[in-house]
Design a protein around this ligand. Sequence first.
Ligand SMILES: NC(=O)c1ccc[n+]([C@@H]2O[C@H](COP(=O)([O-])OP(=O)(O)OC[C@H]3O[C@@H](n4cnc5c(N)ncnc54)[C@H](O)[C@@H]3O)[C@@H](O)[C@H]2O)c1
Length: 425
Amino acid sequence: MSSPPRFILVGCGLMGKRHIRGLAEARRHGLCSARLVGVIDKVPERASEAAELAEKLLGERPAVFTSLEDAMKGAELEAADICTEPASHHLVAEPLLEAGVSCLVEKPLSITVRGCRRILDASVRGGAVLAVAENYRRDPVNRLAKAVIDGGELGRWIGALHIIAGGGDAVLLSAWRHKLAGGILIDLCCHYMDIYNYFFGAPEKVSGFAALLRKVRYAREAGGLAVRKTPVEAEAEDSLDATLHYRDEIVAKFIANLAVTGEGVWHRLVFLEGGSIEIPMERTGEPLKISKPLDQDYLELMPHTTFLGQKPGEPYKVSPTAAEEIYDRETRILFPGILNGYRMDFWEADRKLIALELADFFHCVEEGGVPETGGREGMLSVAMVIAALESSYAGKSVRLEDVLDLKIEGYQERVNREIGLISDK
Ligand SMILES: NC(=O)c1ccc[n+]([C@@H]2O[C@H](COP(=O)([O-])OP(=O)(O)OC[C@H]3O[C@@H](n4cnc5c(N)ncnc54)[C@H](O)[C@@H]3O)[C@@H](O)[C@H]2O)c1
């Protein structure tokens, strides 16, 4: 491709605007030359706000549209960046991909496996690049964790535990995340399933228990001395206890309770035969810690600590030479001098991770190649969450392959109906 790819941004809410900031970051560092030529949102003010932001950060004002059809009329487009609510991803991506327009779709690729397959099939028919915007695995901390796991210095992987508890009775970012055609579990947990998939590959079986603990949530706003509270009726489950079964009887646990109030917890550990890796939350810049106990550490245990770990984790030491092998060129450009951890606020880290996914996508659009998180990876992370929900619905564990092959859709049936993927006609 001789000139920079021309692309549109569909969906200019919270994440759409963050993608504009990510594009500006990628451009600033010479990692992407794509031109944003149009912004689309059903809500005209949001599209206009995005156009203004783009003009300020990118130096060119994109055209503003309120429908994809209008934007596609007569436009010469190579690509689209889709940041609408997940329930609409298949509706937006299908016509674009069929028309040969490459798409970067925000995670989750869809909210059901059937929806994911529709998008994947369209990309095959249209011969277009399909990438899923999975920013978390691009955080240097996950690159480092993967290098330590694969490097073998702690031995064989034998288990993992990720627990998240918090959220209270708040509306979590937006009301759609609590609706049937949304689902906070799919929306949030697909990120962490992608990380498990990145580290360990796909599990064979999944068992899970899901529940809707808060039937009413509240959007809060400061209003003078009082706090204004608007209730939102919740339909989608907000708590999930999932067990992912791998070969050799190895298990990865994932627990998310997004309805608890007060003190919360966020903790992720990978256990290997010779020690553990503690992987902090993405975009915090906290360092990765490892614990590699020696025989002496076992001797120092007390009766009540025998069943706890033998040694607290310590920041893993990374030399500049090792860093060159662990982090790819683009990561080293955006996180200069990166060894283990970084110092920047959430927003700066956020736009750098988005810059990395945009750079990967547009590189594939321009030069050919396969994006790191393509349709298959996007579908897998969705299917891992869905498998846990299907297991909870059926009251027994399910094989991931059966979920991917649409042999198990009991839980998803209502959702598929709601988003028009199945009908009685
Ligand atoms: N990777 C991350 O860290 C991260 C963080 C937040 C959100 N997301 C993802 O980004 C996506 C968007 O989430 P959000 O929080 O920005 O939602 P949002 O509700 O803030 O924005 C979505 C926007 O899309 C618009 N829209 C919906 N359907 C449309 C259509 N057919 N045509 C044009 N515009 C349409 C809506 O009007 C809205 O402005 C979701 O897939 C979400 O999971 C990812």
